[in-house]
Design a protein around this ligand. Structure first.
Ligand code: ATP
Ligand code: MG
Length: 274
């Protein structure tokens, strides 16, 4: 099988998910498929229709899914509804149609807080850290639902993002954009999520920092935590995507492997600048 990850994120890291610890292969690179009796995706927002409050529908029959070991990427123009789709999956929006299924359970009725307890980690597009708190306090806040010892997870986050260990006593607001995004991702990892959702994790960072963040995200995926992310750097994101979704006006416009979408003339012309 070709390897979309070749040359990226090759450093070993034992991130966060003890059940899959040491197993660094994405599910689709192991021999044999991940057992899945139902055949349904691990996390799926299925045929989602809905909008904000009593306003018009923003999402129209929109389906987004991700499986263990996968990185799924949502791309599309500004205002397409990418963040809205993420918020719908996280329970911040009342759906008028469709459902959200996690690990075989319909979680459509759960609050965002209960979805965190059910295993969702979510890093929103904006206001995703507490700027006046230190880096370490941010990570502690991330673990708010846990009653067990959070130190080992914190060490794993520091191993993944060594700069955060150095700056752990600094207010997060003093960090660079890329470092703040590391805090945000680290905070979400502190809950030991079964799936990680990231809304534009590389927004506003330089191309070099973007590459580094993507490498870290690949490392997390390799520990077995599926990743669903929105990205404005469509081409680079599709290069590391197992699955890609192009959203237009709240609806699925194109769906395929990252490779397929990168090769699709229509996708290239309309969304990737040729
Ligand atoms: N809190 C809100 N209340 C009402 N409408 C909203 C709200 N947030 C977003 N919208 C509207 O929903 C539509 C989709 O917005 P959304 O933020 O999901 O797009 P996006 O694809 O994430 O865009 P971007 O690339 O700029 O992040 C837009 O028309 C926007 O104005
Ligand atoms: Mg958005």
């Amino acid at each position: 099988m070709s390897d979309a990850y070749s040359g990226r994120g090759t450093k070993d890291a034992s991130v966060v998910n003890p059940r899959r610890g040491g197993d660094m292969q994405p599910a689709h690179h192991r021999s044999g498929p991940t057992p899945d009796v139902s055949g349904a995706p691990f996390l799926e927002g299925h045929a989602m229709t809905g909008g904000y409050g009593k306003g018009p529908d923003i999402l129209h029959d929109c389906t987004i899914a991700v499986n263990p070991g996968e990185i799924a990427v949502i791309v599309g123009p500004n205002g397409a509804g990418k963040s809205t789709a993420m918020k719908a999956i996280f329970g911040m929006l009342d759906l008028r149609g469709g459902k959200v299924v996690l690990d075989g359970h319909d979680i459509s009725a759960l609050s965002p807080q209960d979805r965190v307890r059910a295993g969702m980690g979510f890093v929103p597009q904006t206001s995703n850290i507490f700027t006046s708190m230190t880096v370490e306090e941010n990570l502690e806040m991330g673990a708010f639902i846990r009653e067990d010892d959070i130190r080992p997870t914190m060490e794993q986050v520091y191993d993944l993002f060594p700069i955060l260990r150095e700056k752990r006593r600094q207010p997060a607001g003093e960090l660079s954009g890329g470092q703040r995004q590391q805090v945000a991702v680290g905070r979400a990892l502190m809950t030991k999520p079964k799936v990680l959702m990231l809304d534009e994790p590389t927004a506003g960072v330089s191309p070099i920092v973007m590459d580094e963040l993507f490498d870290r995200i690949i490392e997390v995926a390799r520990t077995g935590i599926p990743i669903l992310m929105v990205e404005q750097n469509a081409r680079q994101a599709l290069e590391i995507a197992d699955k890609g979704y192009v959203l237009v006006q709240g609806a699925n416009a194109h769906t395929g492997s990252g490779r397929e979408l990168l090769a699709d003339p229509e996708v290239r012309r309309s969304f990737l600048g040729g």
